[in-house]
Structures are given as structure tokens and as C-alpha cells.
Design a binder for this molecule. Structure first.
Ligand code: CA
Length: 230
């Protein structure tokens, strides 16, 4: 674990979360996505690894990775990885008729992501949703558009952040949710996602240029979540 101490010195929480992910949930991370669905994309990636990747790409001559947050506008507004793009998939209309949410379909999703990365199909793509279900479908569309009824060339480097932003509880052999934080109770903070057990940084600052349709006014709807403080 010599690398562990090195990373902790330089990258703190992110590296600690990465190490924990290998110890606690290694087999799941190695075998596939949360729902166990077939994938057309390259591989899974942990939230901690994704954070390290987008952070280390700053100033690099390589193609910067693009983190695509496929959750709804409201979810994104409540908290998201800094620098991520918000391209919702699929459109989930939680509001009533007349909702300001804009409809979304696989073709629009693909086109929006392609636009976000200036048409560079070799951009390292990482998809993120709440707990790792929607992001699997989104990643498949990008990696295999023709196989998913979408017109366009496939992205060549697509990974799915399998835990998701909030994540889900881990369960022991008796199907009891695991107290990941060891504080004697099972709460949201024991979920394995980006914001919870991983404790990775997030932002509520909106970047219109990285928002779906570049229209920040869409975020005026009430947000459905309040994320726990760390
Ligand atoms: Ca706990």
C-alpha cells in the first residue's frame, strides 16, 4: 500500500475513498455495474477514480475527460461534481403538466454530449447518475449508438461511475444494511456514492455553458434533495 500513503498526502479524501472502495466493495466494482446489465461501454470506474481523473486532467495536453451527469436538472442543481456537464437521461418528469423540464430522448442525449465535447469522439467519457442505473443506459447509448436506435458514431472511451452520486447501501450476508461509517446507525452517509461514503467534493454552482441547452433558467424548479453535510 505504498501508493496509498503517497496519495493520501497529495489527494487526501479522494485517495482514502478509493482505497476503501477496493477493500469494502472490490468484487462488485470489478465485476460490473450495479444492476448487472449488459454493457456496450468500455468499463466501470469508481467515483474516487473518476474524481482523480477529472482533477488530474487540468492543464494536461491529453484530451480532458468529460464527466456527464445524466440526472435531472433539479438533481444536478442540488449538487454535482465540479466541472461536470449536465445532460439528463432519460427525461424523468417529476413535475405535473406544464413542467419546465425539457423532454429528452436518446438521440437528443447523444447529440448534446457530442456537442459538449466539441465533437471529439475520443474524449474520455464518464457517466454519472444517482445510484448507477440510468448512467449504464446512457453509457451504452454513447458507446453503441446504432445498437440503441441512435444515429451517430460511437464514442471510443466510455466508462460508467458505478456507485452513482448518492450511491446505495451495502448489505451484509443477512441482508442488513452495513454501517459503513461505524457510528452505530445506518443513514444516507452509509451509501457508497460520490457524496456519501466517498465524501468527494461537490458543487452547487451552476455553469450555464455546461448545462443542458445552456439554459440556466431551467434550474428554477424546486430541487428534490438536500444532501447531507460532511
Ligand atoms: Ca453510519
Amino acid at each position: 500500500m505504498f501508493q496509498h500513503s503517497k496519495y493520501v498526502k497529495t489527494l487526501g479524501l479522494a485517495a482514502a475513498g478509493l482505497a476503501l472502495s477496493f477493500m469494502v466493495v472490490g468484487p462488485v466494482a470489478a465485476e460490473g455495474n450495479r444492476p448487472g446489465w449488459d454493457r456496450d461501454y468500455n468499463s466501470e470506474i469508481s467515483a474516487a477514480k473518476a474524481y482523480l481523473l477529472i482533477t488530474s486532467n487540468k492543464g494536461s495536453k491529453d484530451i480532458p475527460a468529460a464527466l456527464i451527469d445524466v440526472r435531472t436538472l433539479g438533481e444536478h442543481a442540488a449538487g454535482h461534481p465540479k466541472g461536470s456537464y449536465n445532460v439528463p437521461f432519460p427525461h424523468i418528469n417529476w413535475a405535473s403538466e406544464g413542467s419546465p423540464y425539457v423532454g429528452q430522448d436518446p438521440q437528443v442525449f447523444y447529440d448534446e454530449v457530442l456537442l459538449a465535447v466539441d465533437g471529439n469522439l475520443d474524449t474520455p467519457i464518464m457517466t454519472l447518475c444517482r445510484s448507477g442505473y440510468r448512467s449504464v443506459l446512457a453509457a451504452n447509448i454513447l458507446a453503441n449508438p446504432a445498437g440503441n436506435g441512435v444515429y451517430g458514431e460511437p464514442f471510443t472511451n466510455v466508462r460508467n461511475i458505478w456507485e452513482g452520486f448518492q450511491g446505495a447501501h451495502r448489505y451484509d450476508n443477512n441482508d442488513i444494511a452495513v454501517d459503513m461509517t461505524g457510528d452505530g446507525e445506518v443513514t444516507e452517509l452509509d451509501k457508497d456514492g460520490w457524496i456519501n461514503h466517498m465524501e468527494l467534493p461537490y458543487s452547487t454552482v451552476l455553469t450555464p455553458a455546461r448545462a443542458y441547452l445552456n439554459d440556466v433558467n431551467q434550474y428554477e424548479t424546486a430541487t428534490p434533495y438536500t444532501y447531507p453535510e460532511h
